[in-house]
Design a protein around this ligand. Structure first.
Ligand SMILES: *Cc1c(COP(=O)(O)O)cnc(C)c1O
Length: 348
């Protein structure tokens, strides 16, 4: 360690604290005193309405503690135990949930067809369907895509439509892991509807934690009939908060005052600023385009070791790319300090 510790870490957007708007909402909901439990409270009702208004459709909305539960319980609701889930091989649901989707479905398999750049394609879905035509195989029931992807890329509305068309042709449901959906909406400059139900997404895990909340992701079923059994599964899985207002009040507040989008814009701009700050470092290449709030660098091992010895934290993922991820609280001076440290470590 050097004597100057990194001023801020960019290992993940969940290193951040609670954004002021979310924290104030919790404080205000608490100051209101005694209120009915398990979501039978005004904040939860209004937060559900705010999400329906945000998407411009009459969806079924639920709040759970985290994204793993949102994904696993939603996929379990859409996939019988004797069927399979199609995902990319870098999908959070495949790599980072300790088998929760398989566990909560009670027997499904996750199929991971080859996918260029970490994005699912219609051809990949068709391949999975072709491979499982036998009665003895776990035929696919649901496709899950992540927007933005785990490597920071975006699906365009047209790409999602093409995937959902393929799903319809094969009788599959389409789930979106939107742990960072706000970043996708901010980057594409579209409405939330334009990249979800309007292009055939059936159900969404809508991330709040990485957007600036303390805890609490939303699950949105755009077709209410598909939500059958979700509430019961969530309770069985220990994901129904008794003091639900502390999960829902920040959602209500951040949608009403626009903080959800402001936070995402800031995070995306921070990633772009970082990428620009290191653009001229010799021999340093990006692993993927900077579409959202992450930057993946093909950092030589020696430079990575130097940075780690200086106290910088980052994950090396997907075959060796160093990931830097920016949240609502990313500070420009700290981004510059990281860029300078990388430049020095690269000998430039
Ligand atoms: C962070 C994340 C989740 C949710 O993770 P939890 O730690 O369970 O909240 C889900 N999907 C993706 C792509 C993520 O990055």
């Amino acid at each position: 360690m050097t004597d100057t510790a990194p001023p801020q870490q960019f290992a993940s957007d969940n290193y951040s604290g609670i954004c002021p708007q979310a924290l104030e909402a919790i404080t205000r909901a608490s100051a209101a005193g005694s209120t009915p439990a398990y979501g039978d409270d005004p904040w939860t009702r209004l937060a559900e309405d705010a999400i329906r208004t945000l998407f411009g459709t009459d969806a079924a909305v639920f709040f759970v503690f985290n994204g793993t539960a949102a994904n696993a319980l939603t996929l379990a609701t859409l996939c019988p135990p004797y069927c399979s889930i199609i995902a990319t091989d870098i999908a959070h649901a495949e790599t980072s949930e300790r088998g929760a989707p398989e566990f909560f479905t009670g027997g499904s398999k996750v199929m991971t067809p080859p996918c260029p750049e970490g994005k699912l394609t219609p051809a990949a879905i068709k391949l999975c369907c072709r491979k499982t035509q036998s009665f003895q195989a776990s035929t696919p029931a649901v496709v899950t895509i992540t927007q933005p992807t785990e490597n920071g890329l975006l699906y365009t509305a047209e790409e999602i439509k093409a995937l959902s068309d393929t799903c319809r042709e094969h009788g599959l449901k389409l789930h979106m892991d939107g742990a960072r959906l706000a970043n996708a909406v901010a980057a594409l400059g579209c409405t939330p509807a334009a990249i979800t139900w309007e292009v055939g997404v059936d159900a969404l895990s809508f991330g709040g934690t990485k957007n600036g909340m303390a805890v609490g992701d939303a699950v949105v079923f755009f077709d209410r009939s598909l939500a059958r059994g979700f509430a019961e599964r969530a309770k069985q899985g220990g994901q129904v908060a008794s003091k639900m207002r502390f999960l829902s009040a920040p959602w209500l507040s951040m949608i009403k005052n626009g903080a959800w989008l402001e936070n995402a814009r800031h995070a995306n701009e921070s990633a772009r600023f970082f990428a620009q700050s290191i653009a001229d470092v010799p021999n340093l290449r990006l692993a993927w385009a900077v579409d959202s709030n992450s930057v993946f660098l093909l950092l030589p091992e020696q430079a990575a070791n130097t940075l780690r010895a200086q106290g910088w934290r980052f994950y090396t993922m997907f075959g060796g790319a160093a990931r830097f991820l920016f949240g609502w609280d990313a500070k420009p001076e700290a981004i510059k300090a990281l860029a300078n440290a990388i430049r020095a470590a690269m000998g430039g």
